[in-house]
Design a protein around this ligand. Structure first.
Ligand code: FAD
Ligand code: DLZ
Ligand code: SF4
Length: 518
Protein backbone atom coordinates (compact mmCIF):
# COMPACT_ATOMS: atom_id res chain seq x y z
CA UNK A 1 0.00 0.00 0.00
CA UNK A 2 1.54 3.26 -1.06
CA UNK A 3 -1.43 5.55 -0.51
CA UNK A 4 0.19 8.71 0.88
CA UNK A 5 -2.87 9.71 2.91
CA UNK A 6 -2.59 6.45 4.83
CA UNK A 7 0.94 7.20 5.94
CA UNK A 8 1.07 10.56 7.57
CA UNK A 9 3.64 9.40 10.10
CA UNK A 10 6.05 6.56 9.62
CA UNK A 11 6.79 5.24 13.11
CA UNK A 12 10.09 3.37 13.39
CA UNK A 13 10.05 0.91 16.31
CA UNK A 14 13.46 -0.47 17.30
CA UNK A 15 14.20 -3.93 18.64
CA UNK A 16 14.43 -2.76 22.25
CA UNK A 17 11.21 -0.73 22.01
CA UNK A 18 8.70 -3.58 22.18
CA UNK A 19 6.22 -1.72 24.39
CA UNK A 20 2.58 -1.07 23.41
CA UNK A 21 2.56 2.30 25.21
CA UNK A 22 5.79 3.48 23.49
CA UNK A 23 5.91 7.28 23.17
CA UNK A 24 6.24 7.17 19.36
CA UNK A 25 3.16 4.93 19.05
CA UNK A 26 1.22 7.20 21.38
CA UNK A 27 1.82 10.03 18.94
CA UNK A 28 0.43 8.04 16.04
CA UNK A 29 -2.91 6.84 14.78
CA UNK A 30 -3.38 3.27 13.55
CA UNK A 31 -5.84 4.47 10.93
CA UNK A 32 -3.48 6.92 9.23
CA UNK A 33 0.06 6.04 10.24
CA UNK A 34 2.37 3.17 9.56
CA UNK A 35 4.80 1.25 11.77
CA UNK A 36 8.18 0.16 10.43
CA UNK A 37 10.26 -2.57 12.07
CA UNK A 38 13.49 -3.82 10.53
CA UNK A 39 15.86 -6.70 11.14
CA UNK A 40 19.20 -5.32 9.99
CA UNK A 41 22.61 -6.91 9.78
CA UNK A 42 24.37 -3.78 11.04
CA UNK A 43 22.69 -4.04 14.44
CA UNK A 44 23.61 -7.70 14.74
CA UNK A 45 27.26 -7.15 13.83
CA UNK A 46 28.47 -3.71 15.03
CA UNK A 47 29.56 -5.89 17.86
CA UNK A 48 29.15 -9.56 17.09
CA UNK A 49 26.23 -10.29 19.39
CA UNK A 50 25.65 -13.66 21.02
CA UNK A 51 23.45 -15.87 18.84
CA UNK A 52 20.81 -16.20 21.58
CA UNK A 53 20.59 -12.43 21.94
CA UNK A 54 19.93 -11.96 18.21
CA UNK A 55 17.40 -14.79 18.18
CA UNK A 56 15.64 -13.42 21.25
CA UNK A 57 15.28 -9.96 19.74
CA UNK A 58 14.23 -11.08 16.27
CA UNK A 59 11.63 -13.44 17.68
CA UNK A 60 10.36 -10.85 20.19
CA UNK A 61 10.22 -8.25 17.36
CA UNK A 62 8.22 -10.58 15.12
CA UNK A 63 5.80 -11.39 17.91
CA UNK A 64 5.42 -7.72 18.78
CA UNK A 65 4.69 -6.85 15.13
CA UNK A 66 1.97 -9.52 15.20
CA UNK A 67 0.47 -7.99 18.35
CA UNK A 68 0.50 -4.51 16.81
CA UNK A 69 -1.28 -5.82 13.72
CA UNK A 70 -3.86 -7.52 15.91
CA UNK A 71 -4.39 -4.16 17.61
CA UNK A 72 -5.17 -2.54 14.26
CA UNK A 73 -1.79 -1.13 13.20
CA UNK A 74 -0.36 -1.46 9.72
CA UNK A 75 3.14 -2.77 10.21
CA UNK A 76 5.83 -2.96 7.55
CA UNK A 77 8.14 -5.61 8.94
CA UNK A 78 11.41 -6.22 7.10
CA UNK A 79 12.97 -9.60 7.80
CA UNK A 80 16.71 -10.05 7.72
CA UNK A 81 16.67 -12.36 4.71
CA UNK A 82 14.04 -10.44 2.76
CA UNK A 83 15.00 -9.45 -0.79
CA UNK A 84 16.15 -5.86 -0.93
CA UNK A 85 16.95 -5.52 2.81
CA UNK A 86 19.71 -2.91 2.79
CA UNK A 87 21.06 -3.79 6.23
CA UNK A 88 20.98 -0.64 8.38
CA UNK A 89 18.43 1.51 10.18
CA UNK A 90 19.24 4.52 8.05
CA UNK A 91 19.09 2.79 4.66
CA UNK A 92 15.93 0.90 5.59
CA UNK A 93 14.20 4.11 6.66
CA UNK A 94 15.23 5.70 3.37
CA UNK A 95 13.85 2.71 1.46
CA UNK A 96 10.58 2.75 3.40
CA UNK A 97 10.22 6.52 2.99
CA UNK A 98 10.54 6.12 -0.79
CA UNK A 99 7.87 3.45 -0.71
CA UNK A 100 5.44 5.19 1.62
CA UNK A 101 6.20 8.90 1.17
CA UNK A 102 5.39 9.84 4.76
CA UNK A 103 5.07 13.44 5.95
CA UNK A 104 7.38 12.73 8.86
CA UNK A 105 9.29 9.99 10.60
CA UNK A 106 8.61 9.47 14.29
CA UNK A 107 10.89 7.42 16.53
CA UNK A 108 11.33 7.08 20.28
CA UNK A 109 14.87 8.02 21.24
CA UNK A 110 17.23 5.02 20.99
CA UNK A 111 19.24 3.52 23.84
CA UNK A 112 22.64 4.10 22.27
CA UNK A 113 24.50 7.30 21.43
CA UNK A 114 25.75 5.78 18.15
CA UNK A 115 22.18 5.38 16.88
CA UNK A 116 20.98 8.76 18.16
CA UNK A 117 23.84 10.56 16.40
CA UNK A 118 22.98 8.80 13.18
CA UNK A 119 19.26 9.59 13.49
CA UNK A 120 20.00 13.26 13.95
CA UNK A 121 21.36 13.23 10.40
CA UNK A 122 18.40 11.47 8.75
CA UNK A 123 16.15 14.38 8.05
CA UNK A 124 18.23 15.93 5.29
CA UNK A 125 18.69 12.90 3.02
CA UNK A 126 15.06 11.89 3.64
CA UNK A 127 13.67 15.32 2.92
CA UNK A 128 11.13 14.96 5.75
CA UNK A 129 11.34 15.88 9.43
CA UNK A 130 12.44 13.20 11.87
CA UNK A 131 10.83 13.57 15.31
CA UNK A 132 12.90 11.87 17.99
CA UNK A 133 10.59 11.68 20.99
CA UNK A 134 11.42 11.10 24.65
CA UNK A 135 11.48 7.53 25.90
CA UNK A 136 8.96 7.56 28.74
CA UNK A 137 9.54 3.96 29.87
CA UNK A 138 12.06 4.89 32.54
CA UNK A 139 11.33 5.99 36.10
CA UNK A 140 13.60 9.03 36.04
CA UNK A 141 13.53 11.12 32.90
CA UNK A 142 16.83 12.52 31.70
CA UNK A 143 15.92 16.11 32.52
CA UNK A 144 15.22 15.11 36.12
CA UNK A 145 18.50 13.18 36.26
CA UNK A 146 20.42 16.19 34.96
CA UNK A 147 18.75 18.36 37.60
CA UNK A 148 19.69 15.83 40.30
CA UNK A 149 23.29 15.70 39.07
CA UNK A 150 23.74 19.40 38.59
CA UNK A 151 26.06 21.05 41.08
CA UNK A 152 26.84 17.83 42.98
CA UNK A 153 30.42 17.08 43.78
CA UNK A 154 29.80 13.34 43.72
CA UNK A 155 27.17 11.43 41.78
CA UNK A 156 26.64 8.48 44.10
CA UNK A 157 23.95 5.91 43.33
CA UNK A 158 22.87 5.68 46.97
CA UNK A 159 21.88 9.37 47.09
CA UNK A 160 20.05 9.14 43.79
CA UNK A 161 18.24 6.00 44.98
CA UNK A 162 17.00 7.62 48.19
CA UNK A 163 15.66 10.52 46.13
CA UNK A 164 13.87 8.07 43.86
CA UNK A 165 12.34 6.25 46.84
CA UNK A 166 11.00 9.57 48.14
CA UNK A 167 9.78 10.63 44.69
CA UNK A 168 7.96 7.39 43.92
CA UNK A 169 6.93 6.48 47.47
CA UNK A 170 8.20 2.93 46.88
CA UNK A 171 8.87 1.14 50.18
CA UNK A 172 8.15 4.33 52.12
CA UNK A 173 6.10 4.38 55.32
CA UNK A 174 5.10 7.76 56.77
CA UNK A 175 7.92 9.43 54.88
CA UNK A 176 10.47 6.94 56.27
CA UNK A 177 12.08 3.95 54.57
CA UNK A 178 10.20 0.69 55.22
CA UNK A 179 12.02 -1.54 57.68
CA UNK A 180 13.82 1.44 59.19
CA UNK A 181 16.78 1.51 56.79
CA UNK A 182 17.31 2.66 53.22
CA UNK A 183 19.59 -0.20 52.30
CA UNK A 184 19.79 -3.80 53.52
CA UNK A 185 22.89 -4.73 51.56
CA UNK A 186 24.75 -5.81 54.67
CA UNK A 187 22.20 -8.67 55.04
CA UNK A 188 22.67 -9.70 51.42
CA UNK A 189 26.11 -11.27 51.40
CA UNK A 190 25.54 -14.88 52.37
CA UNK A 191 27.30 -17.61 50.41
CA UNK A 192 24.93 -20.33 49.13
CA UNK A 193 25.12 -24.07 49.72
CA UNK A 194 24.33 -26.56 46.96
CA UNK A 195 20.59 -27.13 47.44
CA UNK A 196 18.40 -29.75 45.83
CA UNK A 197 15.54 -27.27 45.67
CA UNK A 198 17.31 -24.49 43.83
CA UNK A 199 14.70 -22.65 41.74
CA UNK A 200 15.02 -22.32 37.98
CA UNK A 201 13.71 -19.40 35.95
CA UNK A 202 10.58 -19.91 33.84
CA UNK A 203 11.45 -21.38 30.44
CA UNK A 204 9.39 -21.40 27.25
CA UNK A 205 9.32 -23.84 24.35
CA UNK A 206 10.07 -22.16 21.00
CA UNK A 207 6.97 -21.74 18.80
CA UNK A 208 7.03 -21.68 15.00
CA UNK A 209 8.09 -18.04 14.80
CA UNK A 210 10.98 -18.64 17.18
CA UNK A 211 11.95 -21.80 15.31
CA UNK A 212 12.16 -19.85 12.04
CA UNK A 213 14.33 -17.26 13.73
CA UNK A 214 16.58 -19.94 15.21
CA UNK A 215 17.11 -21.41 11.72
CA UNK A 216 17.91 -17.95 10.36
CA UNK A 217 20.34 -17.03 13.13
CA UNK A 218 22.02 -20.45 12.94
CA UNK A 219 22.64 -19.90 9.23
CA UNK A 220 23.56 -16.21 9.20
CA UNK A 221 25.50 -15.79 12.43
CA UNK A 222 27.18 -19.18 12.78
CA UNK A 223 30.52 -17.51 13.58
CA UNK A 224 29.15 -15.44 16.49
CA UNK A 225 29.73 -16.50 20.07
CA UNK A 226 27.22 -18.65 21.86
CA UNK A 227 25.02 -21.70 21.88
CA UNK A 228 21.80 -21.03 20.01
CA UNK A 229 19.98 -23.98 21.51
CA UNK A 230 18.38 -24.98 23.75
CA UNK A 231 16.48 -21.70 23.47
CA UNK A 232 13.98 -21.11 26.27
CA UNK A 233 13.59 -17.31 26.42
CA UNK A 234 10.25 -15.55 26.76
CA UNK A 235 9.55 -13.76 23.48
CA UNK A 236 6.25 -12.01 24.25
CA UNK A 237 5.04 -9.65 26.94
CA UNK A 238 2.68 -12.33 28.29
CA UNK A 239 5.52 -14.83 28.63
CA UNK A 240 7.82 -12.25 30.23
CA UNK A 241 5.08 -11.50 32.77
CA UNK A 242 4.77 -15.21 33.49
CA UNK A 243 8.54 -15.29 34.05
CA UNK A 244 8.24 -12.43 36.52
CA UNK A 245 5.35 -14.07 38.39
CA UNK A 246 7.40 -17.25 38.60
CA UNK A 247 10.34 -15.31 40.07
CA UNK A 248 8.02 -13.69 42.59
CA UNK A 249 6.74 -17.06 43.75
CA UNK A 250 9.92 -19.12 43.62
CA UNK A 251 12.91 -16.84 44.22
CA UNK A 252 12.15 -13.35 45.50
CA UNK A 253 12.15 -14.30 49.19
CA UNK A 254 15.77 -15.49 48.94
CA UNK A 255 16.88 -12.97 46.31
CA UNK A 256 18.49 -10.63 48.82
CA UNK A 257 20.20 -13.13 51.05
CA UNK A 258 21.99 -14.93 48.22
CA UNK A 259 22.41 -11.97 45.88
CA UNK A 260 26.22 -12.16 45.96
CA UNK A 261 26.56 -15.95 46.09
CA UNK A 262 28.01 -18.16 43.35
CA UNK A 263 27.77 -21.93 42.98
CA UNK A 264 29.20 -24.34 40.45
CA UNK A 265 26.61 -25.41 37.88
CA UNK A 266 23.98 -23.02 39.29
CA UNK A 267 23.65 -20.40 36.60
CA UNK A 268 20.79 -18.37 38.03
CA UNK A 269 20.56 -18.99 41.80
CA UNK A 270 17.81 -16.67 43.14
CA UNK A 271 18.25 -13.99 40.48
CA UNK A 272 15.26 -12.89 38.44
CA UNK A 273 16.79 -13.32 34.94
CA UNK A 274 14.49 -10.56 33.72
CA UNK A 275 16.95 -7.95 32.45
CA UNK A 276 16.73 -8.99 28.78
CA UNK A 277 12.93 -8.63 28.94
CA UNK A 278 13.02 -5.33 30.79
CA UNK A 279 15.55 -3.82 28.44
CA UNK A 280 13.70 -4.91 25.31
CA UNK A 281 10.53 -3.29 26.66
CA UNK A 282 8.58 -6.48 27.40
CA UNK A 283 8.29 -5.61 31.10
CA UNK A 284 7.47 -2.37 32.86
CA UNK A 285 9.97 -1.47 35.62
CA UNK A 286 7.43 0.33 37.83
CA UNK A 287 4.94 -2.54 37.63
CA UNK A 288 7.67 -4.94 38.82
CA UNK A 289 8.63 -2.67 41.70
CA UNK A 290 5.01 -2.27 42.80
CA UNK A 291 4.43 -6.03 42.77
CA UNK A 292 7.57 -6.63 44.79
CA UNK A 293 6.53 -3.93 47.25
CA UNK A 294 3.13 -5.64 47.57
CA UNK A 295 4.85 -8.98 48.22
CA UNK A 296 6.71 -7.35 51.11
CA UNK A 297 3.60 -5.65 52.47
CA UNK A 298 1.68 -8.93 52.35
CA UNK A 299 4.45 -10.79 54.15
CA UNK A 300 5.48 -12.89 51.15
CA UNK A 301 9.02 -11.47 50.98
CA UNK A 302 11.33 -10.06 53.65
CA UNK A 303 12.47 -6.46 53.49
CA UNK A 304 16.06 -7.32 52.55
CA UNK A 305 14.77 -9.12 49.42
CA UNK A 306 12.18 -6.52 48.41
CA UNK A 307 14.50 -3.58 49.07
CA UNK A 308 17.40 -5.34 47.32
CA UNK A 309 15.34 -5.99 44.19
CA UNK A 310 13.76 -2.54 44.06
CA UNK A 311 17.17 -0.90 44.56
CA UNK A 312 18.48 -2.68 41.45
CA UNK A 313 15.65 -1.40 39.29
CA UNK A 314 14.72 1.95 40.82
CA UNK A 315 18.30 2.72 41.79
CA UNK A 316 21.01 1.12 39.69
CA UNK A 317 19.14 0.74 36.43
CA UNK A 318 17.94 4.34 36.36
CA UNK A 319 21.20 5.71 37.70
CA UNK A 320 23.43 4.07 35.08
CA UNK A 321 21.13 5.30 32.33
CA UNK A 322 21.34 8.84 33.69
CA UNK A 323 25.13 8.64 33.87
CA UNK A 324 25.35 7.31 30.31
CA UNK A 325 23.39 10.16 28.77
CA UNK A 326 25.02 12.74 31.04
CA UNK A 327 28.54 11.72 30.08
CA UNK A 328 28.35 10.50 26.51
CA UNK A 329 30.00 10.66 24.03
CA UNK A 330 33.25 11.23 25.94
CA UNK A 331 32.53 8.51 28.49
CA UNK A 332 33.15 5.61 26.08
CA UNK A 333 36.76 6.72 25.53
CA UNK A 334 37.79 6.99 29.19
CA UNK A 335 40.69 4.91 30.48
CA UNK A 336 41.72 6.37 33.84
CA UNK A 337 44.12 3.53 34.64
CA UNK A 338 45.72 3.48 31.16
CA UNK A 339 44.99 -0.22 30.80
CA UNK A 340 46.14 -1.55 27.45
CA UNK A 341 46.38 -5.36 27.55
CA UNK A 342 44.30 -7.23 24.97
CA UNK A 343 41.26 -9.20 26.13
CA UNK A 344 42.42 -12.80 26.64
CA UNK A 345 41.07 -15.20 24.01
CA UNK A 346 39.51 -17.48 26.64
CA UNK A 347 36.81 -14.85 27.26
CA UNK A 348 35.22 -16.22 24.06
CA UNK A 349 35.54 -19.91 24.94
CA UNK A 350 35.85 -20.42 28.70
CA UNK A 351 38.98 -22.46 28.04
CA UNK A 352 40.97 -21.65 31.18
CA UNK A 353 42.14 -23.55 34.23
CA UNK A 354 40.70 -20.87 36.51
CA UNK A 355 37.48 -22.54 37.64
CA UNK A 356 35.69 -19.31 38.52
CA UNK A 357 36.38 -17.81 35.08
CA UNK A 358 35.51 -21.05 33.29
CA UNK A 359 32.16 -21.26 35.13
CA UNK A 360 31.19 -17.64 34.42
CA UNK A 361 32.27 -17.71 30.77
CA UNK A 362 30.88 -21.15 29.95
CA UNK A 363 27.44 -20.22 31.21
CA UNK A 364 27.69 -16.96 29.28
CA UNK A 365 28.37 -18.94 26.11
CA UNK A 366 25.45 -21.26 26.90
CA UNK A 367 22.87 -18.77 28.16
CA UNK A 368 23.91 -15.23 27.16
CA UNK A 369 23.52 -14.67 30.92
CA UNK A 370 25.66 -14.42 34.02
CA UNK A 371 24.47 -12.84 37.22
CA UNK A 372 25.77 -9.61 38.64
CA UNK A 373 28.49 -10.92 40.93
CA UNK A 374 29.87 -13.16 38.21
CA UNK A 375 30.06 -10.16 35.86
CA UNK A 376 31.50 -7.85 38.49
CA UNK A 377 33.71 -9.99 40.71
CA UNK A 378 34.79 -12.75 38.31
CA UNK A 379 35.12 -11.68 34.67
CA UNK A 380 35.19 -7.95 35.43
CA UNK A 381 37.55 -8.29 38.39
CA UNK A 382 39.97 -10.42 36.37
CA UNK A 383 40.05 -7.97 33.43
CA UNK A 384 40.61 -5.08 35.84
CA UNK A 385 43.45 -6.79 37.71
CA UNK A 386 45.06 -8.00 34.48
CA UNK A 387 45.05 -4.45 33.04
CA UNK A 388 42.86 -5.21 30.03
CA UNK A 389 41.93 -2.29 27.77
CA UNK A 390 38.48 -1.20 29.05
CA UNK A 391 37.21 -0.67 25.53
CA UNK A 392 37.82 -4.32 24.70
CA UNK A 393 36.15 -5.33 27.94
CA UNK A 394 33.17 -3.11 27.07
CA UNK A 395 32.79 -4.64 23.61
CA UNK A 396 32.84 -8.12 25.12
CA UNK A 397 30.07 -7.38 27.63
CA UNK A 398 28.02 -5.62 24.96
CA UNK A 399 28.26 -8.64 22.67
CA UNK A 400 27.78 -11.57 24.99
CA UNK A 401 24.79 -10.73 27.22
CA UNK A 402 21.19 -10.84 26.03
CA UNK A 403 20.40 -7.77 28.15
CA UNK A 404 23.25 -5.60 26.85
CA UNK A 405 22.63 -2.19 25.28
CA UNK A 406 25.17 0.52 25.63
CA UNK A 407 23.10 2.77 27.96
CA UNK A 408 23.20 0.11 30.66
CA UNK A 409 26.25 -1.94 29.78
CA UNK A 410 28.81 0.85 29.35
CA UNK A 411 28.51 2.50 32.79
CA UNK A 412 28.44 -0.91 34.44
CA UNK A 413 31.54 -2.08 32.59
CA UNK A 414 33.64 1.00 32.12
CA UNK A 415 32.62 2.69 35.36
CA UNK A 416 31.58 0.16 37.98
CA UNK A 417 33.72 -2.74 36.87
CA UNK A 418 36.85 -1.27 35.25
CA UNK A 419 37.18 2.04 37.14
CA UNK A 420 38.02 3.58 33.76
CA UNK A 421 36.02 6.70 34.64
CA UNK A 422 38.38 7.36 37.55
CA UNK A 423 35.69 6.93 40.22
CA UNK A 424 32.72 8.84 38.83
CA UNK A 425 30.44 5.85 39.34
CA UNK A 426 32.08 3.94 42.16
CA UNK A 427 34.08 5.33 45.04
CA UNK A 428 36.69 2.59 44.64
CA UNK A 429 37.46 -0.19 42.16
CA UNK A 430 35.48 -3.40 42.65
CA UNK A 431 38.38 -5.81 42.97
CA UNK A 432 39.43 -8.74 45.06
CA UNK A 433 41.97 -11.51 45.37
CA UNK A 434 40.96 -15.17 45.52
CA UNK A 435 39.78 -14.96 49.16
CA UNK A 436 36.56 -13.14 48.38
CA UNK A 437 35.76 -15.56 45.54
CA UNK A 438 36.43 -18.48 47.86
CA UNK A 439 34.17 -17.01 50.53
CA UNK A 440 31.25 -16.36 48.17
CA UNK A 441 31.44 -19.52 46.00
CA UNK A 442 32.39 -23.18 45.83
CA UNK A 443 34.59 -22.59 42.79
CA UNK A 444 38.00 -22.75 44.45
CA UNK A 445 37.57 -26.28 45.78
CA UNK A 446 37.32 -27.51 42.18
CA UNK A 447 40.10 -25.36 40.73
CA UNK A 448 43.51 -26.30 39.37
CA UNK A 449 44.92 -23.37 41.35
CA UNK A 450 45.30 -23.02 45.11
CA UNK A 451 43.46 -20.02 46.48
CA UNK A 452 45.71 -19.84 49.56
CA UNK A 453 48.91 -19.35 47.56
CA UNK A 454 50.14 -15.99 46.34
CA UNK A 455 53.11 -17.11 44.29
CA UNK A 456 54.33 -20.42 42.87
CA UNK A 457 53.09 -22.66 40.06
CA UNK A 458 49.70 -23.42 41.61
CA UNK A 459 49.03 -20.00 43.10
CA UNK A 460 45.58 -18.52 42.40
CA UNK A 461 46.25 -15.84 39.75
CA UNK A 462 43.86 -13.39 41.39
CA UNK A 463 46.16 -13.09 44.42
CA UNK A 464 49.38 -11.76 42.93
CA UNK A 465 47.42 -9.82 40.31
CA UNK A 466 45.51 -8.07 43.11
CA UNK A 467 48.61 -6.81 44.89
CA UNK A 468 50.36 -6.00 41.65
CA UNK A 469 47.33 -4.01 40.51
CA UNK A 470 47.42 -1.91 43.68
CA UNK A 471 51.14 -1.40 43.27
CA UNK A 472 51.01 -0.54 39.55
CA UNK A 473 48.17 1.93 40.08
CA UNK A 474 49.34 3.48 43.34
CA UNK A 475 49.83 6.86 41.63
CA UNK A 476 46.06 6.98 41.00
CA UNK A 477 44.64 4.94 43.88
CA UNK A 478 46.81 5.31 46.96
CA UNK A 479 45.12 8.52 48.07
CA UNK A 480 41.69 6.84 47.97
CA UNK A 481 40.57 6.58 51.63
CA UNK A 482 38.57 3.42 50.89
CA UNK A 483 41.79 1.68 49.86
CA UNK A 484 43.71 2.70 52.95
CA UNK A 485 43.61 -0.76 54.51
CA UNK A 486 44.61 -2.51 51.30
CA UNK A 487 47.63 -0.23 50.86
CA UNK A 488 48.52 -0.62 54.52
CA UNK A 489 48.58 -4.42 54.07
CA UNK A 490 50.74 -4.07 50.96
CA UNK A 491 53.14 -1.82 52.88
CA UNK A 492 53.37 -4.38 55.69
CA UNK A 493 54.67 -7.04 53.28
CA UNK A 494 58.43 -7.21 53.27
CA UNK A 495 60.34 -6.20 50.15
CA UNK A 496 61.00 -9.82 49.10
CA UNK A 497 57.31 -10.71 49.26
CA UNK A 498 56.40 -7.62 47.29
CA UNK A 499 59.03 -8.40 44.67
CA UNK A 500 57.78 -12.00 44.42
CA UNK A 501 54.22 -10.74 43.88
CA UNK A 502 55.34 -8.36 41.17
CA UNK A 503 57.38 -11.08 39.45
CA UNK A 504 54.59 -13.61 39.62
CA UNK A 505 52.00 -11.16 38.27
CA UNK A 506 54.31 -9.98 35.49
CA UNK A 507 55.02 -13.58 34.43
CA UNK A 508 51.31 -14.38 34.46
CA UNK A 509 50.43 -11.32 32.40
CA UNK A 510 53.14 -12.24 29.90
CA UNK A 511 51.70 -15.74 29.53
CA UNK A 512 48.26 -14.20 29.05
CA UNK A 513 49.55 -11.87 26.36
CA UNK A 514 51.26 -14.78 24.62
CA UNK A 515 47.90 -16.59 24.49
CA UNK A 516 49.05 -19.49 26.68
CA UNK A 517 46.35 -21.48 28.46
CA UNK A 518 46.26 -20.19 32.01
P1 FAD B 1 18.71 -9.45 39.15
O1 FAD B 1 19.91 -9.71 39.97
O2 FAD B 1 17.54 -10.34 39.36
O3 FAD B 1 18.29 -7.92 39.36
C1 FAD B 1 16.99 -7.44 39.02
C2 FAD B 1 17.06 -6.39 37.94
O4 FAD B 1 17.72 -5.25 38.41
C3 FAD B 1 17.80 -6.79 36.68
O5 FAD B 1 16.97 -7.55 35.81
C4 FAD B 1 18.22 -5.46 36.11
O6 FAD B 1 17.21 -4.92 35.29
C5 FAD B 1 18.37 -4.59 37.33
N1 FAD B 1 19.79 -4.41 37.67
C6 FAD B 1 20.49 -5.07 38.62
N2 FAD B 1 21.74 -4.57 38.72
C7 FAD B 1 21.83 -3.60 37.79
C8 FAD B 1 22.87 -2.73 37.39
N3 FAD B 1 24.06 -2.74 37.97
N4 FAD B 1 22.62 -1.88 36.38
C9 FAD B 1 21.42 -1.84 35.78
N5 FAD B 1 20.39 -2.63 36.12
C10 FAD B 1 20.60 -3.50 37.13
N6 FAD B 1 22.66 -5.12 33.17
C11 FAD B 1 21.95 -5.02 32.05
O7 FAD B 1 20.72 -4.98 32.10
N7 FAD B 1 22.57 -4.95 30.83
C12 FAD B 1 23.92 -5.01 30.71
O8 FAD B 1 24.45 -4.94 29.61
C13 FAD B 1 24.70 -5.13 31.91
N8 FAD B 1 26.05 -5.20 31.84
C14 FAD B 1 26.78 -5.33 32.99
C15 FAD B 1 28.15 -5.37 32.91
C16 FAD B 1 28.92 -5.48 34.06
C17 FAD B 1 30.42 -5.49 33.97
C18 FAD B 1 28.28 -5.55 35.30
C19 FAD B 1 29.07 -5.65 36.54
C20 FAD B 1 26.90 -5.51 35.40
C21 FAD B 1 26.14 -5.39 34.25
N9 FAD B 1 24.73 -5.33 34.30
C22 FAD B 1 24.01 -5.20 33.14
C23 FAD B 1 24.01 -5.29 35.58
C24 FAD B 1 23.56 -6.66 36.14
O9 FAD B 1 24.66 -7.51 36.19
C25 FAD B 1 22.45 -7.27 35.33
O10 FAD B 1 21.38 -6.35 35.20
C26 FAD B 1 21.90 -8.51 36.01
O11 FAD B 1 22.91 -9.44 36.20
C27 FAD B 1 20.79 -9.11 35.18
O12 FAD B 1 20.37 -10.33 35.72
P2 FAD B 1 18.98 -10.49 36.46
O13 FAD B 1 17.89 -10.02 35.57
O14 FAD B 1 18.91 -11.88 36.96
O15 FAD B 1 19.14 -9.45 37.62
C1 DLZ C 1 20.57 -5.60 19.33
C2 DLZ C 1 19.75 -5.52 18.09
C3 DLZ C 1 19.93 -6.46 17.09
C4 DLZ C 1 20.87 -7.59 17.21
N1 DLZ C 1 19.22 -6.38 15.94
C5 DLZ C 1 18.30 -5.42 15.78
C6 DLZ C 1 17.56 -5.30 14.58
O1 DLZ C 1 17.76 -6.03 13.63
N2 DLZ C 1 16.62 -4.35 14.50
C7 DLZ C 1 16.38 -3.49 15.53
O2 DLZ C 1 15.47 -2.66 15.41
N3 DLZ C 1 17.11 -3.54 16.65
C8 DLZ C 1 18.05 -4.48 16.80
N4 DLZ C 1 18.80 -4.53 17.94
C9 DLZ C 1 18.58 -3.50 18.95
C10 DLZ C 1 19.28 -2.20 18.56
O3 DLZ C 1 20.68 -2.43 18.48
C11 DLZ C 1 18.93 -1.10 19.56
O4 DLZ C 1 17.62 -0.69 19.30
C12 DLZ C 1 19.84 0.08 19.45
O5 DLZ C 1 21.14 -0.28 19.81
C13 DLZ C 1 19.39 1.24 20.33
O6 DLZ C 1 19.34 0.84 21.68
FE1 SF4 D 1 39.27 -18.60 40.83
FE2 SF4 D 1 41.56 -18.56 42.20
FE3 SF4 D 1 39.43 -19.77 43.22
FE4 SF4 D 1 40.69 -20.81 41.10
S1 SF4 D 1 41.52 -20.55 43.15
S2 SF4 D 1 38.50 -20.59 41.38
S3 SF4 D 1 41.33 -18.98 40.02
S4 SF4 D 1 39.63 -17.60 42.79
Amino acid sequence: MTDRSRCRNLVLVLGDQLTPGLSSLKRADPARDRVLMVEVVEEATYVRHHKKKIAFLFSAMRHFAGELRAAGWQVDYVRLDEDGNTGSFRSEVVRAARRLTPDRIVVTEPGEWRVLEDMRGWSEPLGVPVDIVTDTRFLCDLTAFRAWASGRRQLRMEHFYRDMRRRTGLLMEDGKPAGGKWNFDADNRRPAKPDLFMPTPARFEPDRTTQEVLDLVGRRFADHIGDLEPFRFAVTRAQAETAFDHFLESSLADFGTYQDAMLRGEKFLYHSVLSAYLNAGLLDPMALCRKVEAAYQEGRAPINAAEGFIRQILGWREYVRGIYWLKMPGYAGENALDATAPLPGFYWTGNTRMRCMAEAITQTVEEAYAHHIQRLMITGNFALLAGVDPHEVHEWYLAVYADAYEWVELPNTLGMSQFADGGLLGSKPYMSGGNYINKMSDYCGACAYDVRQRTGDRACPFNALYWDFLDRNAHVLRANPRLGRAYASWSRMDADQQAACRRHAAGFRERLAAGETV
